[in-house]
Design a protein around this ligand. Sequence first.
Ligand SMILES: CCC/C=C/C=C/C(=O)SCCNC(=O)CCNC(=O)[C@H](O)C(C)(C)COP(=O)(O)OP(=O)(O)OC[C@H]1O[C@@H](n2cnc3c(N)ncnc32)[C@H](O)[C@@H]1OP(=O)(O)O
Length: 307
Amino acid sequence: MVFRLGYRKFSLKIVQNVLYSSNISKMSTNIPQFEHLSVSVPKEFVYHVELNRTDKLNAMNNAMFKEITRCFETLSDSEDCRVVVLSGSGKIFCAGIDLKDFAQNSLPAVALIEDPARKAKLLYQLCTLYQKSMSSLEHCKKPVIAAIHGACIGGGVDLVTAADVRHCTKDAYFVVKEADVGLAADIGSLQRLPKVIGSDSLARELCYTCRKFPADEALTSGLVSKVYNDKDTMFESVINIAEDIAKKSPVAIQTTKASLVFSRDHTVEEGLEHIALLNQLMLQSEDLATAATGQLMKDSNIQFSKL
Ligand SMILES: CCC/C=C/C=C/C(=O)SCCNC(=O)CCNC(=O)[C@H](O)C(C)(C)COP(=O)(O)OP(=O)(O)OC[C@H]1O[C@@H](n2cnc3c(N)ncnc32)[C@H](O)[C@@H]1OP(=O)(O)O
């Protein structure tokens, strides 16, 4: 046993040297820094990512879209992060895409190109850049809890529907705003919202009308699972939830997320096969015996190795 433990530590060291010999290791121990996102660690293994363009109501410009991707890719790989809480700074959660940035920078770049095929290529690249950003929450191996206050508009809805869990304040409202600004939502709402709320009819109504969808309706439809009186109460609660999740086996939680995400888009049979294949590996983890023993011993303070 002593030998095996020593061997494990030794081999982990080698793996860490191989994988993390560049600045990735710094990222896994340091808190990543961004211009439009503020990242902090309120509890052990719990990361808080805050949209931070307060003066523009957290409207997402191209730089912010790219930062969201980098941030969630970094946290996905960081062994110090087990759960992410996502919120918005200032008056509201998010005013959607930065319409000025889009009109003044993105569209003029497209207009400069004459040939339709080359124009189309640039538009495709822009669209997939934004899609990649929203999907980075879903691709992040760690559960993401969105805490939403005030308005959550357009791209904001795309963003939160890619999160695992959504809570909001009673003053929150949601708007699938894209049709109002002359476009079909193309970065996640049309794809995820019907699945999140489980009502195709309601999702279509929201996407066609662009009407405000208030917190109470968001709760009854299942877009959010809890509504709070104010932002501080919500934040305290979601951090507690995140802390609870972070105390569990990271192997169990990350495999659970992988299975839930896969199963949403596959048949039950395919989902069962997927988790059987994952668990033929993951059930070999030391976490299984550690967690099961803890349950039997009624020990609520079990520690799991970093993953
Ligand atoms: C290929 C594309 C894929 C992406 C698709 C995504 C699409 C979308 O997101 S569509 C939705 C776009 N967003 C909107 O239409 C919302 C626009 N904003 C508002 O309606 C109001 O600002 C709001 C109701 C949210 C709040 O109103 P309030 O009176 O409280 O504040 P304002 O004075 O209007 O705003 C304060 C400053 O923030 C700037 N701002 C707000 N939203 C945006 C935005 N979306 N883009 C850029 N800037 C925004 C606003 O201009 C003010 O700035 P300043 O004038 O410099 O003080």
